[in-house]
Design a binder for this molecule. Sequence first.
Ligand code: NAI
Ligand code: MG
Length: 477
Amino acid sequence: MKLHFIENRWVEPAGGDSIAVIDPSDGQVFEHIARGNAVDIERAVSAARRAYDGAWSRLSAAERGRLLLKLSARLQAHQEELAQLEARDCGKPLKQARADAAAIVRYFEFYGGAADKLHGDTIPYQAGYTVLTLREPHGVTAHIVPWNYPMQIFGRCVGGALAAGNTCVVKPAEDACLSLLRVAELAAEVGLPEGVLNIVTGFGHEAGDLLVRHPDVDHVSFTGSPAIGRVVVRAAADHHTPVTLELGGKSPQIVFDDADLDALLPVAVNAIVQNAGQTCSAGSRLLVQRGIYEQVLQRLGDLFSGLRVGSAQMDLDCGPLIRHSQQERVAAFLDQARRDGIATVAQGKIAAGAPAGGFYQPPTLLRDVPPQHRLAQEEVFGPVLAAMPFDDEAHAVALANGTDYGLVASVWTRDGARQMRLARAIRSGQVFINNYGAGGGVELPFGGVKASGHGREKGFEALYGFTVLKTIAIRHD
Ligand code: NAI
Ligand code: MG
C-alpha cells in the first residue's frame, strides 16, 4: 500500500484503511492507497502550519525559487518514470502522459523563475505619506486535485502556491494519485523543508471534505465538478476561507465559412479526443456556419472513423475512461441522444488487442444537436463532440454563450475585425483565434466565468490569487 506523505516521510493511515487503485486499461486492481481520515488531515495541516511558521517563511523568495527549479530539474530526470506511472493510473496513452510529465517540469520551472519577481506597488497619496503594498502568502493552502490530469493540475496549483510562499496540503483524487506521491518524494529529496508539501490520499467526501473545512487552512484550490465545487465553497465558508474554483466547461469552437479547414480539422479532433475527452477545457461543441456545415461534418466524420481506442501502453488516439461509472455516464448521454433522434455522423473503433475489462469508449461525432439538449449543455467528460449549425455572427455568439459554462472558446475565421468582435463578445476565461489550446500553456492565465468557476490559475496571474495584498500607509510629515 502507498502511504500518505507528510513532513517528508511516509505515514501510515491512522485508520489503517486502504483504497484499491484500478488500472483503467484493464479494470484490474494493481495497487492500494491510504484512506485518509480526520487524524491524517490534522497531522498534515499542522505540519504545514509548523513549516509555514518556521523554515519556509525564513527563506527569501530567491531561495524558494531555487528550490522549485531544483525540483523541476529532478522531475525532468524522472520524466519517463512519472509518465509511466500516470499512464497506468489514469489510463492515458503514453504520449499524453509524457506531455503531462513535461508540463509539470515546466510548471516548476516557470514558478521557480517567478518566485522572486512578484512584488507590490507604491501608491501616490497625500503629502507626508508613503504608501506601499505587499503581496503576502495566505499561509497553509489546500489543494483538491482531480484524476484527469494529476501532474498538470498539481503543477499549476502547488507550483504557484509554493512560489508565492505558502505551504501545501494536497488531497489528490482517489482514482489517480500515484504520480503525485512520487513527486512529493522527489521534492523532499531536493531539499524542500519538512511540512512544506504534504499529501493525504483518500476519498473526497472524507479526507477532501475534512481538509477544506479545516479551520487552519487559509486558502483552497479546487478543480472538479460544479456540484462538488458548490459543496467545497459551502464548507470553506464556515471559516471564511477563500476558494479558487475550476469546474470544467462546454467549450465551443466556432467555425466561420472563411476558416482554414485544413488547420481546423485535426485541432477539432484533438480538442475532444485528448485524454478521452476528460479535459476541463475539452472542445466539446462545434458550431459551424451553415454554408460549410455538411463539408465540415463529412471531413470530420472521416477523421473520427479512423480513430482507434486502446490501452495506455498501446498508445493510440484515445485511451480508456477513468472508471466504470464514468463509462456508464458517457453511455447514458449517448443513449439519450439516440432516444431523442440525434444522429451520429461517425464513431471511432476499439482496437483489436485492447484488454478486456478496460473502460473503453469510442469517440463519437453527433450532428444537429439542439442547443437546449443535455448534449449541448452538460459536460459529458468523454470523447463526444456535439456539432450544430449557425447562420451568422449574432447566432454564433448566442449559441456560444448559451450554456451555464464559460471556460474556453475558439473562433476560426480569417476576418480580423470579426476575430476581435467575437473574442470580446464571448463570455469565457480564454478565447483562442484560429487554434485551440486544450489545457496547454503554462504561461497563460486560465479559469472560468459562470459555472466554470472563478479565480485564475497558470501564468503569473495565479500568483496574485495565491497571495493577499497588504497596504501599508506610512505618515512621515
Ligand atoms: P469530483 O468533483 O467528485 O472530484 C474531484 C476531486 O474532488 C477529487 O479529488 C475528489 O476526491 C474531490 N472531492 C469529492 N468530493 C469532495 C468533497 N465533498 N470535499 C472535498 N473534495 C471532494 O468529480 P468526479 O466525481 O470524479 O467526476 C464527475 C464529473 O466531474 C466528471 O464527469 C466531470 O464532468 C467533472 N470533473 C471535472 C474536472 C475538471 O477538470 N474540471 C475534473 C474531474 C471531474
Ligand atoms: Mg486509477
